[in-house]
Ligand binder design. Structure first.
Ligand code: BG6
Length: 480
């Protein structure tokens, strides 16, 4: 249910996240009539700005190609306002509350949603101040937060403990924006809505699963942040693990948030910690043609950094459905292409009538160009009995060409406004996910002699990658 009369406060309104994701998503929701009636959007940050200056900024966050959007943008700006203040001072937050109260004047209930687009260093202080000074007396209070949620299990628990006295679990919305992506949201439907897929979804039929995340750009401009975290914390412990969880969890009793999250936690608890021997790490160097800089050439990165910008690792699940099936996760920056996909490779068919015939593969392309396709063997049309690998292909651009695929943040902000937690990370889920990665992260941090393998900017990753993947059973075929 959308609550009318909601005030959304975006804390960190002049930061990168707000600029690139939060405001464009709020505007996208507005354009499609998804914001609650009488909504107000308040920006809060340290920068001193007057109203007009602020609106100019908000406009610049949103790409405005057509006149039609220009008009909607004017309307949108009509309910935006700004308050500047510190992140650690009572007066600042009292000031924020007064502003919000003015906007709420005459309203029966005061519904407040706080979007924390803030760096982790101020996160706890701000959440405490919000509770103390801005918590609504009547109506809903929600706080939307985003990673990093700590750096390992102990620091994540510490954050949870600091947040817990002020905010109840049902008031907290922990964003993992991969859970808002169309294809990721499709996983449970594909699995549980198709008998053909559901029936073969286990160790008897599936040989191995790969989940890969590739980006064609490096960490230019955010090396400082990245060097502290590395690719494993940046995308694997959260985004890729969430995808893995949805792929492997048991059927939830219903689509309710707690039923879904209960099953997610159960499968996470069946995953042993990743073993360092099942991991390779890499760091990008200069591109082969010398035009793109290596990771360590970034001024904000220490010259002796051992930070992985690429990693591949194998996770296992100790339960009846998945025992022995390797789940190969891969993630890297500065690679040859942008692509996030899930590749489920089925087992060989019984040999005998065929000398050699490729395996079935079900591919779920998360981005770009969303699609689901199944590689299968078919008879090559003609007079011989030759076979050919062909695809059952559901490419969204073709099949659903008249439908717009929403941005992940639009979908998640709308869920938070409606109070639906299904696509947000629960506290015990976060805990379980850190448990799987923490021993490996500590091992890599502590063992100074482990140096990531260098790969050229723009390549497919470290040279050893294909051998690593093959060693866990993946069979490369010409068409793959
Ligand atoms: C973020 C990471 O969480 O996800 C970034 O911090 C990464 O490093 C980004 O680039 C990828 O998101 P998307 O939606 O572009 O795939």
């Amino acid at each position: 249910e959308l609550k009318n009369n909601t005030v959304i406060v975006v804390l960190g309104a002049s930061g990168d996240l707000a600029k690139k994701k939060t405001f464009p998503a709020l505007f996208g929701l507005y354009r499609n009539n998804f914001l609650p009636n009488n909504v107000k959007i308040v920006g809060y940050a340290r920068t001193n700005m007057d109203h007009q200056e602020y609106l100019k900024r908000v406009r610049s966050y949103i790409k405005t190609p057509t006149q039609d959007i220009e008009k909607q943008l004017d309307e949108f700006c009509g309910f935006c306002s700004y308050v500047s203040g510190q992140y650690d001072q009572d007066e600042s937050f009292i000031n924020l509350r007064k502003h919000v109260e003015e906007l709420e004047a005459g309203r029966e209930e005061t519904n407040r949603v706080f979007y924390m687009a803030l760096p982790p260093s101020v996160f706890i202080t701000v959440s405490q101040h919000l509770k103390r000074n801005c918590y609504p007396e009547k109506g809903i209070a929600r706080i939307i937060v985003e990673k990093p949620f700590g750096k390992d299990l102990p620091s994540s628990r510490q954050l949870q403990r600091a947040l817990a006295p002020d905010w109840n679990e049902d008031e907290i919305y922990r964003i993992d924006h991969y859970l808002g992506k169309e294809m990721v949201k499709n996983i449970l439907i594909l699995r549980f809505g198709n008998e053909m897929i559901g029936a073969t979804w286990n160790k008897n039929h599936i040989d191995n699963v790969q989940i890969s995340f590739k980006e064609p750009f490096g960490t230019e401009g955010r090396g400082g942040y990245f060097d502290e975290f590395g690719i494993i914390r940046d995308v694997m412990q959260n985004h890729l693990l969430q995808v893995l969880t949805l792929l492997t969890m048991e059927r939830p009793i219903s689509f309710s948030a707690e039923d879904i999250r209960d099953e997610k936690v159960r499968v996470l608890r069946a995953m042993p910690a990743i073993e360092p021997r099942n991991v390779i790490i890499g760091q990008y160097g200069k591109s082969l043609d010398g035009t793109k800089p290596g990771y360590k050439e970034d001024d904000t990165v220490p010259k002796d950094s051992r930070c992985p910008t690429f990693a591949s690792m194998v996770a296992y699940i100790r339960n009846e459905r998945w025992e022995g099936v390797p789940f190969i996760l891969k993630a890297g920056k500065a690679l040859n292409e942008q692509k996030t996909e899930i590749r489920i490779q089925y087992k060989d068919v019984t040999s005998g009538i065929f000398k050699e015939i490729p395996r079935n593969e079900l591919v779920i392309r998360v981005q770009p160009n969303e699609s689901v396709y199944l590689k299968m063997n078919s008879k090559l049309p003609g007079l011989s009995m030759q076979t050919v690998v062909t695809e059952l292909d559901l490419t969204y651009r073709r099949r659903f060409s008249d439908l717009k695929i929403p941005e992940a943040y639009e979908s998640l902000i709308l869920d938070a406004l409606k109070g639906d937690h299904s696509n947000f990370v629960r506290d015990d889920e976060l805990d379980a996910s850190w448990r799987i990665f923490t021993p490996l992260l500590h091992y890599l941090d502590d063992n100074k002699e482990i140096i990531p393998m260098e790969y050229p900017y723009g390549s497919r990753g470290p040279a050893i990658l294909d051998d690593f993947t093959a060693s866990f059973g993946y069979k490369f075929s010409d068409a793959s």
